[in-house]
Design a binder for this molecule. Structure first.
Ligand code: GLN
Length: 356
C-alpha cells in the first residue's frame, strides 16, 4: 500500500508537511508538569477496581469469561492523553498491546465514507442508535439497513463497502488508514487473535447471512466476515488510541506527523455517530455523563475524542454488562466532571485541555 493509494482512498489527503489544523502553541513546561500531575492523579484515583464491579472479561477464543478466569489481564490499566498541540501524557500500561475489536468500526466507517461519500454509505447503513446490544440481530426494517455502523451489523455493512481488488488489498487499506490516524507504521493485525475470532464467529456469521438474505449486504459473506474480524484483531496500545483520538479531535490531521488521515467533513460524520452510538446501549448515558464522542471495544479499550482539544486512550479489560470497560467509563466520567471535558461544559469549566 503506497501513499498514493491512501490519497486515492481519502481524496483530500494532504502532504506530510501539513501542520495541526489549529496551529496552537506548545504547552509551557509548567503547564506540562501540572498536566502530568493531573493525569497521575486521575490514574491513581482509579487504580483500585473491586472485582465485584466487573461483570466479565473478553477472551477472543472463549468469548466472555468471569474475571476470576482471566488472571493475566486482571490488573492491566493504561491511560493516555494526547492534545491537538501534540502533547503526550500517560500513566500505567500505556505500551501494552491489545486488540482494537469494536473500536475498528470507527475506521471501517471512515473508509466506507471515503470510498462512497455520505449519501452512498447512508443507503446501506443508518445513523440511528439502536438501543440494543452490539451483537443484536435487530435491523432498521423501515429502511432495510442496519441501524448504525457502531453495532456489528452496521460494521459488517460498512466493511463490505470498503474498496479493493482483493481481500488483502482491502485489509492493507484499513491498516494504512489506522497507521495514518495513529502515526504508527507498525500497526498490524494479530493473526492469533484473528484465528480465535474466526473460530467463534457464529453470531457475526449469522448476522451477515441474515443481512444478505434481506438484501442489506452484497457479495461474499465469508470474505466480509474475515475482513471485519481482521480489523478487529489489529493490535494497538492506549498511546496509539490517544493519538487516533487526537487526530479525530484535530479535524483529521495527525498532530504528531502533520498528515491528514481523513477529510474534515467525514471526521464530523464519524464523530457524530461515535457520540450517539459509540458506547452501545450505554450511549445515551455516556453522552449525558461524559459528553464526548467515544468508542469502546471488548478488549477493554476506549477511544475518546474531545473535539478541537485532544484524544484519550484507555485500556482496562474489566467490562460492565454493556461490554464497555468499567475503568474506562469511570475515568472518563471524572475527566468530564472534574476536568470539564464535556462538550457542553462552559470554557471556564475546562481544567485540562484549554488551560495554558
Ligand atoms: N470481535 C467482536 C465481535 O464482533 C468485537 C465486539 C466488540 O468489541 N464489541 O463480536
Amino acid at each position: 500500500m503506497t501513499d498514493a493509494d491512501v490519497s486515492r482512498a481519502v481524496p483530500s489527503s494532504r502532504a506530510a508537511t501539513d501542520g495541526p489544523e489549529k496551529g496552537r502553541p506548545a504547552w509551557t513546561p509548567e503547564r506540562r508538569q501540572e498536566a502530568h500531575e493531573q493525569v497521575q492523579d486521575l490514574y491513581r484515583r482509579h487504580l483500585q477496581l473491586p472485582d465485584a464491579d466487573v461483570d466479565r472479561v473478553y477472551d477472543a477464543r472463549r468469548g466472555y469469561v468471569p474475571l476470576a478466569e482471566a488472571p493475566s489481564v486482571r490488573d492491566l490499566f493504561g491511560l493516555s492523553l494526547e492534545t491537538v498541540e501534540g502533547e503526550e501524557l500517560g500513566a500505567g500500561d500505556t505500551d501494552f498491546p491489545f486488540a482494537l475489536q469494536s473500536i475498528s468500526k470507527v475506521f471501517a466507517y471512515a473508509l466506507a465514507l471515503a470510498d462512497h461519500g455520505r449519501e452512498g454509505v447512508l443507503k446501506r447503513v443508518g445513523v440511528e442508535p439502536s438501543g440494543e446490544a452490539f451483537s443484536s440481530l435487530v435491523f432498521d426494517e423501515h429502511n432495510n439497513r442496519p441501524f448504525n455502523p457502531m453495532v456489528n451489523a452496521g460494521a459488517l455493512a460498512a466493511t463490505s463497502l470498503i474498496k479493493g481488488k482483493s481481500s488483502s488489498e482491502k485489509l492493507d487499506r484499513i491498516l494504512s488508514l489506522l497507521r495514518l490516524f495513529a502515526g504508527n507504521e507498525t500497526l498490524t493485525a494479530d493473526e492469533k487473535t484473528f484465528e480465535a475470532e474466526l473460530q467463534s464467529a457464529d453470531r457475526n456469521r449469522a448476522i451477515a447471512y441474515l443481512m444478505r438474505s434481506e438484501g442489506m449486504l452484497d457479495g461474499d459473506v465469508e470474505a466480509t466476515l474475515e475482513l471485519y474480524l481482521h480489523q478487529c484483531s489489529v493490535h494497538v496500545t492506549s498511546r496509539d488510541l490517544a493519538r487516533m483520538g487526537a487526530t479525530l479531535a484535530n479535524g483529521g490531521v495527525n498532530p504528531l506527523t502533520g498528515q491528514r488521515a481523513l477529510p474534515g467533513p467525514m471526521v464530523r460524520d464519524v464523530l457524530t455517530v461515535m457520540y450517539t452510538c459509540g458506547m452501545y446501549d450505554f450511549a445515551g448515558e455516556w453522552a449525558f455523563s461524559v459528553g464526548v464522542p467515544a468508542k469502546s471495544g471488548v478488549s477493554g479499550g476506549v477511544l475518546v475524542v474531545v473535539p478541537g482539544k485532544g484524544g484519550v486512550g484507555l485500556f482496562s479489560p474489566g467490562l460492565d454488562r454493556f461490554g464497555n470497560s468499567v475503568r474506562g467509563t469511570r475515568v472518563c466520567q471524572e475527566l468530564s466532571l472534574r476536568l470539564g471535558a464535556h462538550l457542553f461544559a462552559t470554557p471556564d469549566e475546562d481544567r485540562f485541555f484549554s488551560r495554558t
